[in-house]
Design a protein around this ligand. Structure first.
Ligand code: TXA
Ligand code: MG
Length: 331
């Protein structure tokens, strides 16, 4: 039995993200509670980042086997400046993309109030200012940093709807703020600005690489191999994004008994025999595809198909992050 199984059964409440829900969420955070709330990327599972005693709870609720460092979410960039040291590149990226789906990994300041367990004892800290109005209102009401991993069970795909959170974490957390489907649908892009070398892309996500490189006026350094260099990109194991059903990538046909995750114009071959077909974006739009990715994967995962065949998706724009998540899901 792991820590998750020993967690006490809670009565998880679900509130629509109106004003009362926001105040309730902030109060629950003050009391050391676990609150799932929508961000523009995916639903996060929030805890007071300064409350050392509460920080272990999201790990137990998710069934995360190890203490991976968490992202500190703040309402405004001014608060982020009390957590990490911004170099010129970090300042430019914050000005261009905050609030929004970008996380910056910065040297952790001496006076940073975020509990050491939340940053897994590293001397760096991941910070983000979410753009979603419910996330913003909760963070503003609460008034401090909130650490929030994606609100899914360890190894499941990230939740883009409150129903996904309830399915994964019902009975394990205190509160879910239902703000509808998350608009971006993919986790934030993570860029390390640690001062000693060029900014590095640690995780492709909701802000495309091209947009970041345009602001920096230079290419991002290559991300270190995620499964080997644990010190710089911890918690990014390939298996983190896996549905239970095996994925078959770059499929240009679908076999009987398979489900199909399509992209672009319908596949002529085999589609009628498929267990279920969902299209990420019939018009081939990577932004629409990103928003649909995790919810379509959940539906196809539950379809009873033996395999999910996935059509090829171009790498441009959000395609890089979509392909990243699919590759991890397939391994
Ligand atoms: O869009 C998102 O980023 C969502 C929403 C809820 O904000 N959050 C999210 O959190 O995806 P999580 O915990 O599922 O993924 C955070 C990633 C992990 O892979 C973790 O290892 C990495 O960020 N990370 C956190 N702090 C880090 C640090 N100091 N250095 C390198 N990687 C770090
Ligand atoms: Mg996650």
């Amino acid at each position: 039995m792991n820590a998750a199984e020993t967690a006490t059964k809670l009565a998880t409440r679900v509130i629509k993200g109106h004003a009362a829900g926001i105040a309730e969420a902030a109060r629950c955070l003050v009391e050391g509670g676990l609150v799932a709330f929508p961000t523009e990327t995916v639903y996060g599972l929030g805890t007071d980042a300064r409350n050392g005693a509460a920080i272990a709870r999201p790990y137990a609720a998710k069934g995360r086997p190890a203490f991976n460092p968490l992202i500190a979410h703040v309402a405004v960039a001014t608060t982020a400046r009390q957590l990490g040291r911004f170099d010129t590149a970090a300042e430019r990226l914050a000005a261009a993309f905050w609030p929004g789906p970008l996380t910056l990994v910065l040297p952790k300041l001496e006076r940073c109030p975020v509990a050491d367990l939340a940053t897994a004892g590293l001397d760096s800290i991941a910070v983000r200012v979410p753009a979603h109005p419910a996330a913003h209102a909760i963070l503003r009401d609460f008034g401090g940093p909130v650490v929030a991993p994606s609100a899914n069970r360890f190894g499941h795909v990230s939740p883009t709807m409150a129903a996904h959170v309830l399915a994964d974490l019902g009975g394990r957390i205190d509160l879910i703020i239902d703000g509808g489907a998350t608009p971006v649908g993919l986790e934030s892009t993570i860029v390390a600005c640690l001062g000693f070398d060029a900014p590095a892309l640690l995780r492709p996500g909701g802000v495309p690489r091209e947009a970041i490189e345009r602001v920096l006026g230079a290419p991002l350094a290559n991300s270190p191999s995620r499964d080997e260099d644990v010190s710089r990109a911890p918690g990014m194991l390939a298996s983190h994004y896996a549905p239970r059903t095996p994925l078959r990538l770059d499929a240009n046909r679908v076999a009987p008994g398979e489900a199909l995750l399509a992209f672009g114009p319908a596949l002529a071959q085999g589609a009628p025999a498929a267990v279920k077909v969902l299209n990420l974006s019939a018009r081939g739009d990577p932004i629409e595809a990103a928003a649909n990715l995790f919810s379509h994967l959940r539906v196809l995962d539950a379809s009873g198909a033996g395999t999910i065949a996935v059509m090829p998706i171009p790498l441009a724009g959000l395609g890089e992050a979509i392909n990243d998540r699919l590759r991890r899901g397939a391994s």
